[in-house]
Ligand binder design. Structure first.
Ligand SMILES: Nc1ncnc2c1ncn2[C@@H]1O[C@H](COP(=O)(O)OP(=O)(O)O)[C@@H](O)[C@H]1O
Ligand SMILES: [Mg+2]
Length: 528
């Protein structure tokens, strides 16, 4: 029996999978190899790079025309800038792979003496050179996790490959593929032997081009889910399939994780005679977010980096004038897979979109003194009491609390989200919409009502805006936006929070609550 894999590369007989080579443009790849090119293959974590590279190795070796070896150089990361130690690990790794994939002991026999005689700055070049020359069949080397290498070790690997390049294919590998999260060209390598950072592009200027591996397309997501149905008979509802696509936008790990959570894990639909429903996928999403697997953990960890903050902060605050990130910053955040590949800057998929503000407001959420029970009356959320409590809290503590956010520009909005999340965690959920230049954040609070009979939901919309120009102008702009969002969610209850960040303005002028009528709806406006 196969299953949806979420840990590491695909093993064909154990895991549902798409043909790994279908993830590349094979014609492109064949051409590059045919032209004796060296090139880069890059994509965010857990996109399927390793799975695809190993399939490529098997294909090339299987063709009988090449000797192909795949090596993961990540174990050399802990050598850091100790080039000698790093090279030992890398050469040993290539040696082992040559034995296991080709039954070829040449590297294993060569490298220890070459390292001894030629030193770490030349041993890789010398070993690859002799190995290539040992047989007429051309050599193809696939190096995975190249950007795990650090400083001088990375520079040394790149420079030795460049130095040997001219001798290909008789006396050096005909093709080398470097695989990692980033394009080598964009590396800025801080090597201790150099005063200035070394640019990847200059240490490895033999690279012909770089290929980026994309996410799954919608049809591929369907194909993958259909494998489960074919094997077990368990169908996915059309709406469930659409939801897996909507939530993941084809990010391969997320697709597998949602599917696995929805029909293999505890609380999933494990009875194969039952359909996997839309609800099952939505619940899977919630559990996935809460559990924070490594994939999501690694992503949120990056939020601490200043260059990531420069790109993400304006997205979170919605402020069209915020910005100040460079093209290089944006390229980096795109390479991580955190934002979409195309303009305008937007978070890559609804799961990341949900995880990011939750993560950034998590410490505040935990530290808030408010008890969710205070705001629940007869099973319903008392939104007026909740917003009033937040307004009061904001007046008394915001200076101190907003300062504590790393993402200060979005501080008030994040604090409101922390507050709502804290209360809603005891049963409901929040849906959020935000993005660069939107000048608002839309929050929908969904609260289940009633334990017996058909479950109903209380739906409340809270829109937040930062005052631009005057308070009145901001409210006038916000009312139709709030009303539109209420319609989207079928919410009867709508609130508009306007944050006035004008410095020196007294609280007595900032704080207000009033109700406004807008096209037959009543919207409560909260000034703070
Ligand atoms: N061909 C594929 N079919 C289905 N899922 C895949 C495929 N390749 C990768 N995945 C998904 O992506 C995850 C990571 O795969 P891996 O090859 O380790 O990616 P990377 O090397 O880019 O981190 C897998 O655990 C699986 O969830
Ligand atoms: Mg990998």
């Amino acid at each position: 029996m196969r299953f949806f894999n979420t840990s590491g590369p695909i093993i064909a007989e154990k895991h549902y999978h798409l043909p790994p080579l279908s993830r590349f443009d094979l014609d492109d790849l064949d051409r590059l190899i045919d032209e004796w090119q060296y090139f880069v293959l890059h994509a965010p974590r857990q996109t399927g790079k390793t799975t695809a590279l190993r399939a490529l190795r098997d294909r090339l070796t299987g063709s009988g025309d090449y000797r192909c070896v795949y090596v993961n150089v990540e174990p050399a990361q802990t050598a850091r800038e100790d080039v000698e130690r790093g090279m030992r690990t890398i050469l040993g790794g290539i040696g082992d792979e040559a034995i296991s994939a080709l039954g070829d002991h040449t590297v294993e026999e060569l490298w220890p003496q070459l390292l001894e005689r030629r030193g770490p700055d030349a041993a890789l070049q010398a070993t690859l050179g002799r190995w290539a020359a040992a047989e007429p069949k051309p050599l193809v080397l696939l190096i995975d996790e190249i950007d795990a290498l650090i400083g001088d070790t990375l520079v040394s690997v790149l420079r030795q490959l460049r130095a040997g390049y001219a001798d290909r294919p008789r006396h050096f590998p005909q093709t080398v593929i470097l695989c990692g999260v980033r394009d080598v060209r964009d590396y800025r390598i801080h090597a201790s032997s150099e005063k200035e950072p070394v640019l990847g592009g200059s240490a490895f200027n033999v690279k012909a081009e770089s290929l980026r591996m994309g996410d799954f397309r919608e049809g591929q997501v369907r194909d993958l889910l259909a494998q489960h149905t074919a094997e077990t008979g368990q169908p996915f509802a059309q709406a469930a399939i659409a939801e897996v696509w909507r939530l993941s936008v084809g990010q391969p790990w997320l697709v597998n994780a949602l599917a696995r959570e929805a029909c293999f894990q505890r609380d999933g639909v494990r009875d194969r005679s039952q359909e996997v429903t839309l609800d099952a996928v939505q619940e899977a999403r919630e559990r996935l977010i809460l559990r924070r697997d490594t994939h999501l953990d690694q992503l949120v960890h990056k939020l601490e980096e200043p260059r990531v903050r420069r790109v993400i902060e304006p997205v979170l605050s919605g402020d069209p004038d915020a910005g100040g990130f460079s093209t290089e910053d944006l390229q980096y955040v795109r390479d991580l897979g955190m934002v979409r590949q195309t303009a305008p800057v937007a978070i890559a998929n609804p799961i990341y979109q949900e995880v990011i503000p939750r993560e950034l407001s998590y410490p505040q959420q935990e530290a808030l003194p408010h008890d969710p029970a205070w705001f629940v009356r007869d099973g319903y959320l008392d939104m007026d009491a909740l917003m009033r409590a937040f307004q009061e809290f904001f007046r008394d503590h915001s200076e101190h609390w907003v300062e504590r956010f790393q993402y200060k520009e979005a501080g008030p909005q994040l604090l409101l989200q922390a507050f709502l999340q804290r209360v809603v965690n005891s049963g409901g959920r929040i849906e959020r919409e935000y993005g660069v230049g939107r000048r608002r954040i839309d929050l929908a609070v969904i609260w289940p009502v009633g334990d017996v009979g058909p479950r109903r939901e209380q739906r409340v919309v809270v829109e937040c805006k930062v005052v631009r120009g005057s308070v009145d102008a901001t409210v006038a702009e916000g009312l139709p936006q709030t009303a539109t969002y209420m319609d989207r969610w079928g919410a009867e209850d709508g609130h508009l929070a306007v944050f006035d960040r004008t410095s020196g303005k007294p609280w007595s002028e900032r704080i207000f609550r009033r109700t406004e009528a807008f096209e037959g709806r009543e919207i409560t406006v909260w000034g703070m």
